[in-house]
Design a protein around this ligand. Sequence first.
Ligand code: SF4
Length: 350
Amino acid sequence: MLGKTDQAKYPIVPEAVEFVRERRLTVDELSDQSYTSILDRAENRLRQAIETGSISSEWQDDNVEILSFPVAVYLATILHDDWVRRRFALAESRRASRFLANENLDRIIEIASKTFDWKVDHSGTDMNKGIQTLRINFKNYVKNAVRIREPKWKLTNRQLNNGFVHVSKDEAARLLEEEIQNRILSRISETVAEEPDFLRERIGRLRNLVAERKGTGAFWELPKAVVFTAIPSCMRNLYNSVESGRHISHAGRFALTCFLVNIGASQEEIMRLFKTAADFDERKTRYQVEHIAGTKGGKTKYTPPKCATLKTHGLCISPDQICSQISHPLSYYRRRIRPTLHKDRKHARS
Ligand code: SF4
């Protein structure tokens, strides 16, 4: 049985959900002064998610921490913005993941089985690494691992026994992070919610913050010189993921940055794109973009990985007929852009 502090750490566990349900909290009640601290923390959860992609792990009062979570979900629903939905779900799941990393195996098993119905158990000791491991039913494993792009998560790269996959504690926590993120996403309704008068000011502040965070309120646009229709589906998929606030792997981020640098996007334009990403870190992103563009470090401009490498990272998505004739995404772009350039030259001559 998870106590109050655990419920504050993991407000999606059944005990926390039951605690909230028993309070029978209504929207009208939230306008009462006695709920100000809960509303403040709920707004703060969203503010931190929007600004930093992460939510603080400190709190004063267990009850406020537990109750502010569903209120934050409610505020996110009112904001009705897919980028906010994803960013909030990611930030909350990361907060939970930080706590999970310090739990023992029994607590991880308890949370996973009671909250998400996982079939999970102790599986002994990994003699090579000298660590205790868990075994997770392969369906529970696949459902979450499929969203993590690194090759080590592929089922073919795992030890599978009698329908169970063996994982370390850290890996189980990582899989739970995906599960939590998904659960939170499903709790933020996509339908438009009415905005009560007493929340207008808070919602206004959050809306301004979202507009600020996304730049001037408008999403990043590719430089005029870039022909969007000439970009291969792998890069378009990465670009769309970043723009809509979805998480992309390190390999995906690297490939997309290299690609954009090579087709004429400036560093500032690339920074503006990543600014909309759910887990944007300005300092880290700038460092990476500058190194990839060759303006810092080794002064070498990187090119994106070849198609074969992108395939091994699971980043080759929906290849088309041109893909069968090239081995590099930049070759794809050049091939698609050739008729456009040709047409432009003809116009220039006439
Ligand atoms: S074949 Fe190459 S260019 Fe085409 S989608 Fe796959 S990785 Fe991209």
